[in-house]
Design a protein around this ligand. Structure first.
Ligand code: 13P
Ligand code: SF4
Length: 350
């Protein structure tokens, strides 16, 4: 990855990137989707990047697949498709673009490449990792298989291609319980998220769910004590937790679901006050569409997701790099695990 200052200078040789109030006005339709959370002066800074990226996307026949944790200027300004991990993976199989720009973390870009090996998949910052993906290797999966012979391995999609290749099937937070329930045998190995596995174990009591010790640095920080203290102060608040949170937090919440599940729940219920125990951009991205909801309380930033910026997306499309590559044999095995998840999800109506 280039030095940011060098990147900025090189981009300035090709694009007009100074803050531009007139361009910001021209792009008022896009701004209307985020004006509750993005100040006008910031939009005047973002607008030249948004215009340049959207132009380059057309020239390169590229699509931007953006995760729900992207900042509003990415989510509303340049994304062609937004969603949770499962939705993004499915979209990667459907798009007929030549180039996918993955606005999310590295495992998401790898998943897109695994599913669309013929396409160029760009990740604007290769340092956009994930504490869960970093917590386990293929050797770790082999260790679990040795400990629980014959038990199927369900690996969270937040894993490297090598770990997916060593697993029987993948899951995401939107289908984990149903996938585990559909596995043959009594014992099911889940990797690498301990809390997701513990939450699933309670939903699927007919299975003996065993897990790897890994966690998400964003969701492990929420506590049931914080929720109780917040409810004392504001009893009217609807608390919504991602299933990567500890079970005690999920217990103290009113609802738990994937990032798509959270968006659907808040959009449907429209609570007066909503506390989203997940990444901070989630609330920002839906704030304009839900003016009747006040998003209150703490959230945590994912430092990996936040590595993706408009500037790096523009650089990535300008240089057509960094492109994600997955070794062919690993990709083939990993594809089986991801495709099995997609097919089973479709069968189960998820
Ligand atoms: P979702 O699949 O719910 O979008 O979660 C992905 C993720 O990384 C959450 O931390
Ligand atoms: Fe990984 Fe957690 Fe960031 Fe999601 S929020 S990408 S699980 S570190």
């Amino acid at each position: 990855m280039l030095d940011i200052a060098v990147m900025r200078d090189r981009l300035a040789e090709h694009y007009e990137l100074a803050p531009n109030a007139d361009l910001a006005e021209d792009l008022a339709d896009l701004y209307a989707k985020m004006d509750r959370v993005v100040p006008p002066a910031d939009w005047a800074m973002h607008a030249p990047y948004v215009a340049a990226i959207n132009r380059l996307k057309r020239e390169r026949n590229a699509v931007v697949l953006a995760h729900n944790y992207m900042t509003p200027e990415i989510y509303h300004g340049i994304a062609d498709f937004v969603g949770d991990s499962l939705q993004l993976a499915i979209e990667a199989t459907r798009t007929d673009a030549d180039v996918i720009v993955q606005c999310g973390v590295h495992f998401m870009a790898e998943t897109s490449k695994i599913l669309s090996p013929g396409k160029i998949v760009l990740i604007p910052d290769t340092g956009a990792g994930c504490s869960l993906a970093e917590s386990i290797t293929a050797e770790g999966v082999a260790e679990m298989r040795a400990r629980y012979p014959g038990a199927p391995v369900v690996s969270y999609v937040n894993t490297t291609a090598e770990v997916k290749a060593a697993s029987d099937i993948c899951c995401t937070s939107s289908n984990a319980a149903q996938i585990v329930a559909a596995m043959a045998g009594d014992t099911v190995i889940m990797t690498p998220d301990t809390y997701l596995a513990q939450n699933v174990a309670r939903e699927v009591p007919q299975k003996n769910v065993v897990w790897w010790e890994g966690s998400c640095i964003v969701h492990e920080r929420f506590t049931a004590e914080d929720i109780a203290a917040f409810r004392d102060w504001n009893p009217d608040t609807r608390v919504i937790a991602h299933p990567e949170c500890p079970p005690s937090v999920v217990d103290a919440a009113d609802f738990s679901g994937s990032t798509k599940g959270i968006i659907d729940y808040v959009s449907r219920e429209k609570p007066r006050n909503a506390m989203l125990l997940t990444e901070c951009s989630m609330a920002s991205n839906i704030a304009d569409a839900l003016p009747e909801v006040d998003f209150v309380g703490p959230c945590n930033m994912c430092p990996y997701m936040k590595k993706i910026t408009l500037e790096k997306v523009l650089w990535s499309l300008h240089t057509m790099s960094p492109a994600v590559e997955v070794e062919a044999q690993t990709a083939e095995k990993a594809r089986r695990a991801v495709q099995r998840m997609i097919d089973l999800s479709r069968q189960l109506g998820i």
